[in-house]
Design a protein around this ligand. Structure first.
Ligand SMILES: Cc1cc2nc3c(=O)[nH]c(=O)nc-3n(C[C@H](O)[C@H](O)[C@H](O)COP(=O)(O)OP(=O)(O)OC[C@H]3O[C@@H](n4cnc5c(N)ncnc54)[C@H](O)[C@@H]3O)c2cc1C
Length: 383
């Protein structure tokens, strides 16, 4: 069992976490834009587990740290400030919480411990061609055959499908009058016969996400999480206090620092138009920080944040993109002025951050969809 740190003072907790990161975290991974993958990610998961810092939000009886909401917020703050790289970690962030809430004993026994140890890694098969924002329009079919389901269909944009050991996915198990009904959530080994993956290259040219094809895949009926046909409820039921982290402006803050570092040698602060632009971005960053802090406080006090979460996610994503656009403009100027004091590595970094920021207004609900949610909550609109 991992240690119980809830009784520690906040200062001691933060100091211990920080000291542990200083001691074990590889310095070349201190880059919030970086995303660890494959063996690197597995090494980090295993190290977290070995040192008792894995699965901060999972209940202790299921092997997690069982942190209180206050400590969980602090955990995110310290790790963000330290600059740890991003990880997909669907096992800890999605599958574990779903199994704790809806899984059978057998499913928990098969998955929770290997997820904690970092030996079982998960990818998410929700989106399909024609079913992204409108996820309930999904058409992958799972037909009952005795003790199994036979699955046929296709997923798309499945991040890190190739390197994950397991896949959780939604499929239609019965025709129902409402499209959100008749959907079930399945767990399956990624290398099961009947699953084929095909990479899609992202803007950076990396094999980040995949098409996943199901051709007569046979899945045992006990691989359904929750009740058959109730997958929509299961899929949407993620622990609320995990979701607030999406509104963190950590990446915008990181890019703001890159901006200031590049603007100095270029003398950009002497240009009134640039000074105005960066001042606005700085003010927007303060606003985003304040919104995030307000949400954290709301979560800590047990308030229902409701529509504040999409607003914070949208603000953080769009600000991150605005920062990277400004950074790209500076990088273009630096490229045109050799010997200006900005290194080629910094110029390349600007391009990488810019490209990496683009999907932030797409995944986890597009900017337009977030605006719809906001509009519905703030304006007297009908569906
Ligand atoms: C980097 C990245 C990683 C991803 N990883 C995964 C993953 O691991 N697993 C997974 O299942 N999915 C994943 N996705 C898919 C992601 O969830 C979808 O891209 C997203 O839900 C949007 O769906 P779509 O691409 O089908 O676009 P569409 O839903 O077809 O939308 C196209 C455009 O129409 C707009 N639009 C759609 N509906 C409305 C509406 N009602 N009102 C206004 N505008 C609307 C959208 O905002 C968008 O601009 C990933 C996506 C990205 C970019």
């Amino acid at each position: 069992m991992q240690p119980d740190r809830n009784a520690m003072s906040d200062a001691d907790f933060a100091a211990e976490l920080r000291a542990w990161l200083e001691a074990v975290y590889p310095p070349h991974w201190r880059d919030p834009v970086l995303r660890l993958r494959g063996r690197d990610a597995e090494w980090w998961y295993a190290r977290q587990w070995q040192d008792g810092w894995r699965a901060p939000a999972w209940p202790r009886e299921h092997g997690g740290l069982g942190l209180s909401v206050e400590k969980l917020i602090l955990y995110h703050r310290v790790t963000e400030d330290f600059g740890i790289a991003r990880t997909l970690d669907h096992g800890v962030k999605q599958v574990g919480p779903i199994l704790v809430q809806y899984g059978t004993e057998a499913q928990r026994a098969a998955c929770l411990r290997p997820i904690l140890e970092g030996t079982q890694t998960w990818c998410q098969g929700y989106s399909e061609p024609g079913a992204g924002s409108d996820l309930a329009a999904l058409r992958t079919r799972a037909e009952r055959e005795g003790d199994s389901f036979r699955v046929n269909g296709q997923k798309i944009w499945t991040t890190q499908a190739e390197e994950s050991t397991h896949l959780y996915f939604l499929a239609r198990t019965s025709a129902a009058p409402k499209k959100q009904m008749g959907i079930s959530l399945f767990l399956v080994r990624r290398d099961a016969p009947g699953i084929t993956v095909r990479p899609i290259r992202n803007l950076l040219g990396e094999r980040e996400f995949y098409e996943v094809f199901f051709d007569d895949l046979l899945v045992p009926a006990d691989a359904v999480v929750g009740a058959v046909d109730q997958g929509w409820t299961v899929a949407k039921a993620l622990l609320g206090h995990e979701r607030f982290a999406q509104g963190s402006p950590a990446l915008a803050r990181h890019t703001y620092r890159l901006l200031c570092a590049m603007a100095g040698p270029l003398g950009a602060f002497d240009d009134p138009a640039f000074a105005d632009r960066i001042a606005r971005l700085g003010c927007d960053l303060s606003d985003a920080d304040a919104l995030y802090a307000e949400n954290c406080a709301g979560v800590a006090s047990g308030a229902d944040l409701g529509d504040s979460l999409p607003i914070a996610k949208l603000v953080a994503a769009e600000l991150f993109q605005a920062m990277t656009e400004c950074l790209q403009d500076l990088a273009a100027e630096a490229r045109a002025r050799p010997g200006c004091g900005v290194s080629a590595a910094r110029i390349d970094e600007a391009a990488r951050v810019y490209l990496m920021s683009r999907p932030y207004t797409i995944f986890g609900g597009t900017a337009e969809v977030q605006r719809n949610i906001m509009a519905r909550s703030l304006l007297p609109l009908r569906d």
